[in-house]
Design a protein around this ligand. Structure first.
Ligand SMILES: Nc1ncnc2c1ncn2[C@@H]1O[C@H](COP(=O)(O)OP(=O)(O)O)[C@@H](O)[C@H]1O
Ligand SMILES: [Mg+2]
Length: 308
């Protein structure tokens, strides 16, 4: 059998794609780098989709490393490609379902909540009067709120609000309110949260991110340290990845003042440069091995049988 040829999707391929290409090569898997925006839906084609570099065949598997911002229509077409690959039983790390569950923070919060996993109190709505009433009630109960962009990442656009004056000054991105109770740090000397990388149902690396600022993303300049994790943290992260259906995920945990951990968010297209630098663990090797395992256990579905 010829060696598997897979696709890595991103709009710009950089360090992470290179890490994956090298890790996959060691397993005799060839990776073609392309962009979901360059795929075509073509019903003259048996699979219905054409991926650059795979004109007459399907990739053996796919890894999604990035989806560029676009119009609702553009994003819809890109998700159509990912959904169709999954329907054709092509392993996709991560599938469209996982991306949909995590790109939208409200959807993640709902999945975590309905699965009974610990996550901070959260509210999301469009109606500004309702949002203001929620904020007013929380302030009166002594809570501080965090307002986040629904599609936010890397700690961008997050604000802390302590009173209605501050709340009124905020113009939420896309006129959608996503409000969360602010979790004061467990240790008063610094802010800290944890990033755990879950791959194929196991935590393969973990770090703590510490900062003198309350937003502790690596991209916001937080210091990263390798971290020992408790069983509580491990189980939370594994369960969080499972409830959003992610084959690999970066899970952010925070510790409340009572010492319990909560899930802040789940990233289904996580960066791992900070984690790699802090721990020396090759995340790309772990993803490549998990993908190779999935490829060997997956069976292609005939085109005319893909959707029932
Ligand atoms: N509810 C919260 N309480 C305290 N800190 C928070 C809260 N939400 C976010 N943060 C801080 O902001 C950072 C970014 O928030 P997160 O929800 O992970 O969004 P992003 O997608 O931008 O990373 C977290 O890593 C944490 O340091
Ligand atoms: Mg985060």
């Amino acid at each position: 059998m010829s060696s598997p040829k897979i696709v890595i999707f991103n709009d710009t391929h950089g360090w992470h794609s290179k890490q994956l290409v090298d890790a996959l090569k060691l397993l005799d898997i060839t990776a073609i780098l392309t962009d979901l925006a360059d795929c075509t839906i073509d019903l003259d084609h048996p699979a219905g989709i054409i991926i650059p570099g795979f004109e007459d065949q399907l990739p053996t598997a796919a890894i999604v490393r990035g989806i560029a911002p676009g119009s609702l229509e553009q994003i819809t077409l890109r998700m159509d490609v990912l959904h169709t690959l999954a329907e054709l039983n092509v392993p996709v790390f991560n599938p469209a379902s996982a991306i949909e569950h995590t790109v939208d923070k409200a959807r993640t919060s709902l999945r975590l909540h309905l699965a009974g996993l610990n996550t901070p109190k959260t509210w999301a709505c469009e109606n500004s009067t309702i949002a203001r009433e929620i904020a007013s009630k929380q302030f009166s109960q002594g809570r501080i709120l965090v307002i986040k962009p629904l599609f936010g990442c890397q700690g961008k656009g997050i604000e802390k609000v302590t009173n209605l004056g501050e709340f009124d000054a905020i113009q939420p991105v896309g006129d959608a309110f996503y409000l969360q109770e602010y979790m004061a740090p467990f240790e008063s000397s610094h802010w800290q949260d944890w990033r755990l990388m879950v791959i194929d149902g196991q935590v393969c690396a973990a770090m703590s991110r510490r900062s003198q600022h309350w937003i502790t993303n690596f991209a916001q300049g937080a210091e990263c340290f390798p971290a020992a994790i408790t069983q509580e943290m491990e189980q939370l992260a594994i369960n969080a990845a499972r409830v959003v259906q992610a084959d690999y995920a970066g899970v952010d945990l925070i510790r409340d003042q009572q010492g319990h951990y909560s899930i802040l968010e789940v990233n289904s297209v996580p960066a791992w440069k900070g984690l790699y630098q802090a721990t020396g663990i090759s995340i790309a090797d772990h993803i490549a091995h998990a993908l190779a395992k999935r490829i060997s256990s997956s069976h292609k579905v005939p085109f005319n049988n893909a959707v029932h």
